[in-house]
Every structure is written in C-alpha cells, then in structure tokens.
Design a protein around this ligand. Structure first.
Ligand SMILES: *Cc1c(COP(=O)(O)O)cnc(C)c1O
Length: 368
C-alpha cells in the first residue's frame, strides 16, 4: 500500500496550492447526478460567481471541464479558422503554448516577442498585423513571474478579438474583463483560485460569441454545444458529464474569494509578494522579472552558483526545503532551468506566515 501524500506541506510552487478549507469540505459532499436540479443550481451559481470574479456581465461564462490548457484550447478552437491571422505575444512558456495551439487550429500565427523576464510592448503587439482576427496575450506569465499589460490592448484592438490567459492572474491580481475590453478569457482552478486542478473557467463577450465558428474542430470543446448545457437558459441538452465534485469545489473556492472580497484577496496577494520579494533581496538574491511588472503571486529569482551552499546544487536546495521543511518551490523553465527559482504564493497559501516560514527555511538551507 502506498501512503497518501502528506497534508502538512506548504506548497509554494506555481502549481496546485493548499485549497481553502471550504474547498476540502466541498469534495466530501454527496455526489448528485449531473442533471439533478440541485446540481444545476450549484452550476448556475458557480457561473454567476465566475462572472463576479472575472468582473463581467458575459452570459457565456462557464467552467470548462479540463485544466487551464483545456481553457486555452477552447479559446482558440472555437474562433480560429484555417488562415485566420492571430497575433500572439510571447515572453514565456505559456505564450509559446498559445502559438502551438493556434497553429494546430490552422491560424497564421504572428509572434510578437519580448525576452523572458520582460513585459511585452503593447504597441508592438497592436502594430504586428493590420487586421488580426485575434490578439492573444498571457496576463500573468507563470514561467517568468511577469505581468503583461492588458488595458492598452483592449483600447487599441480595433475589430480584433482580445484573448487573454488569466490562469495565474484571476483572483491574484486585478482582472477587469469588461473594463479592459477582453473578449475571451480563461483561467484554471489550481492557481490563485485555490482549488485543486481540474476546471478551466472561461468567459466570452457577446461580440466574440457572435463570431464562434459553426463547426469548431474539436467536439469536446465545442462551445455551441457546451453552451446548451452549462450557462444555458431553458432546456439543457446533455453534452458531456460535468465533473460534479470539481464544480462543488470551484463553487466553494469562489465563495471563499468573494466572502473575503476581491479587493482584500488582491491586497493579500500583493502584501505577500512584497514581503517575499523584499525578504529574498535581503538574503542577497536578485529578482528575475522586470521591476514594475512583477507578479506578487509568482516570484522568480536568480540562483547563481555562489549563493548555493557547499555540496548542494539548485535542485538539492529545493529537495532539502521539501524534505526538511515541507515547503515546495518551483524550478526554472526553458533555458532558465537550473538558474532560477519560481516561488508561488497564491490562493489560500498566500499568507504572511507562509512567507516568513519560507524565508527562514531558505536562509537556513543557504547558510545566510
Ligand atoms: C498553469 C498555466 C496554464 C496551464 O494550465 P494547466 O492547468 O496546467 O493545464 C496555462 N497558462 C498559464 C499562464 C499557466 O500558469
């Protein structure tokens, strides 16, 4: 028999964080049929809570069954037709993933790049193509800890649809779907929403809804069919079985966020990010992301060889943190693997006490 995972870990990686206590309780609720009126009520209320967190009035606001990447696929496959010009801002791993997804849908992908660790230039994104069908950008690049500005893109998008990855920004930093003119936005449950992985919240403006292609080249992610089930008014037609317990969990997680208040939640993330980033610099470490565009919920830091204690490499420090202190932090990605750390502080984990614990443990392991 394998032992169940330990429950006392402080997960400060960029992945799943410890859920809000309400969320853990939600998983213990009896499982109803996915068309049971009581479940449908919870689903409808979940969509309403998502509208509040996305700050939108969009009718088509639903949890897509699948992780954040399913949200990304749904966001492209329902709009891109072969040859559609799609401008993608690329300054990290998830911008790259958007290019891959868009290209597989047949898009003519126009890349606008910025170096990893720096923010995209919104004007360069707007100038990249005279008439793009879609302008796609990652709001919070989890691979680099950088925040890209969305508001100028909404102001200058013209006839294009503005598509934004909010996987690591929703409920961590301000996201103003309607206020910024975002047409298509998706997120994931396991980042700042503080719910285990499994659903991808998605919201679609009326203008984008009118442009959904008739026959998207995915059956499972076809929003025309999904909308007749989730987020629908009137008769519901079976499309696929909603992951009932995950919907309960998302409902509870959104409830925790809204009960605390979005402003408070943003403030808590901002405070923890500041404490963490100040503390790391006091330990003599240099931050990786461009100043002014640093995410509070995901901090990246350089790990030069001379900060490492004798006999431990970068991965060894992370392993020691995990084994001795029960704290998990993330390693760098791409060409920054082995040279940076990515420290998540999001959702229920974003508490000053967790920041203090990590900074003390890191100081001990590094001998500083
Ligand atoms: C985590 C993440 C994704 C992918 O989400 P999964 O749940 O891993 O499929 C997409 N975009 C960003 C910015 C992310 O951080």
């Amino acid at each position: 028999m394998r032992r169940m995972p330990r429950t006392d870990r402080v997960l400060m990686g960029p992945g799943p964080s410890n859920p809000y206590p309400e969320v853990a309780e939600a998983f213990a609720r009896p499982v109803l049929g996915h068309l049971d009126p009581e479940f449908i009520d919870v689903l409808d209320d979940t969509c309403e809570r998502l509208r509040q967190v996305f700050r939108t009035k969009n009718q088509l606001t639903i949890p897509v069954s699948g992780t954040g990447s399913a949200g990304m696929e749904a966001a492209f496959v329902n709009w891109v037709e072969p040859g559609s010009p799609v401008v993608v801002g690329v300054n990290g791993l998830f911008g790259e993933r958007m290019c891959d997804v868009a290209a597989r849908c047949g898009a003519e992908v126009v890349r606008v790049e910025a170096p990893w660790g720096r923010a995209l230039d919104p004007q360069a994104v707007l100038d990249a193509h005279p008439a793009p069908a879609i302008i796609a950008v990652v709001h919070a690049e989890t691979s680099t800890g950088v925040r890209n500005d969305i508001e100028p893109l909404g102001a200058g998008k013209g006839d294009a649809l503005l598509l934004v990855d909010c996987v690591t920004s929703l409920a961590g930093i301000p996201v103003e779907t309607d206020g910024w003119g975002v047409d298509i936005a998706y997120s994931g449950t396991q980042k700042c929403l503080g719910v285990p992985p499994g659903l991808a919240p998605l919201t679609v403006s009326e203008r984008a809804r009118e442009r959904i292609v008739e026959r998207p080249r995915s059956w499972y992610l076809d929003l025309n069919m999904i909308a007749r089930y989730a987020g629908a008014t009137g008769a519901r037609t079976y499309h696929h079985t909603a992951p009932v317990s995950m919907v309960y969990a998302l409902h509870a997680g959104l409830g925790a966020v809204l009960a605390e208040g979005l402003d408070e939640v943003w403030h808590r993330h901002a405070e923890c990010g500041r404490l963490l980033q100040d503390g790391l610099q006091k330990l003599g470490l240099e931050l990786f992301a461009e100043e002014g565009h640093r995410l509070p919920e995901l901090t990246t830091v350089w790990v030069p060889d001379d900060v490492l204690p004798p006999g431990l490499d970068e991965a060894g420090v992370r392993r020691t943190l995990l084994e001795r202190h029960g704290i998990e932090i993330g390693g760098g990605l791409g060409e920054y693997a082995g040279r940076t750390w990515r420290i998540g502080c999001m959702g229920h984990t974003a508490r000053p006490r967790n920041v203090a614990l990590l900074l003390a443990a890191l100081a001990e392991v590094l001998g500083r």
